[in-house]
Ligand binder design. Structure first.
Ligand SMILES: Cc1cc2nc3c(=O)[nH]c(=O)nc-3n(C[C@H](O)[C@H](O)[C@H](O)COP(=O)(O)O)c2cc1C
Length: 159
């Protein structure tokens, strides 16, 4: 029996596709879509962090506020979803991050909105707002007013 030895060749690693965004609001929402519903009620333009690895990575090209839900592990470990960690691994997404908002559920007690809190602490940006599930009408109004004020203030105080 004869065998042919095929020389091993390094397989080229395909470059991950990217999608750039200049939206001032970037959010993640999983299949349950609560955060997405909140964003829809805000009636503001926003970019969504992809759920699947097959989708292009999102890269911010200007200052933005991030809105993320928490999916907790024990004691807050793994409370930041891998898709959000992947997004924040991109240096430009850390560079342009100006503030964080969180969606959670207060039934989780001390782990309430832990993902947004951790991101704000780790990346040294303000935690601007937290709300439950898909937010109330009051949350919608407060976030809309707060974001307008925040961007006005930032544009007067360029970083
Ligand atoms: C498995 C699971 C774990 C969760 N863990 C937490 C948690 O630790 N802290 C918290 O504040 N909310 C927690 N939540 C609530 C979600 O953050 C909340 O439902 C949010 O609205 C989900 O947003 P999404 O539907 O856009 O993904 C959890 C929800 C699920 C289903």
């Amino acid at each position: 029996m004869t065998s042919t030895v095929v020389p091993q060749q390094a397989m080229p690693v395909p470059e991950k596709e990217i999608e750039t965004t200049r939206e001032r609001l970037i959010y993640y929402s999983s299949a349950s879509g609560n955060t997405h519903r909140f964003i829809t009620k805000l009636n503001r333009r926003a970019a969504r962090i992809p759920m699947r690895r097959t989708e292009p990575d999102l890269v911010a090209e200007t200052d933005y506020v991030l809105l993320v839900p928490t999916y907790g592990g024990t004691k807050g470990e793994r409370s930041i979803l891998p898709q959000i960690l992947n997004f924040l691994r991109e240096p430009q997404n850390r560079k342009y991050l100006r503030g964080v908002m969180g969606a959670g559920n207060s039934n989780f007690g001390t782990q309430y909105n832990i993902a947004a809190r951790k991101i704000a602490a780790k990346l040294d940006v303000p935690l601007l707002y937290t709300f439950e599930i898909m937010g109330t009408e009051e949350d919608v109004a407060r976030v809309n007013e707060g974001l307008d004020e925040f961007w006005t203030h930032l544009s007067l105080n360029p970083q």
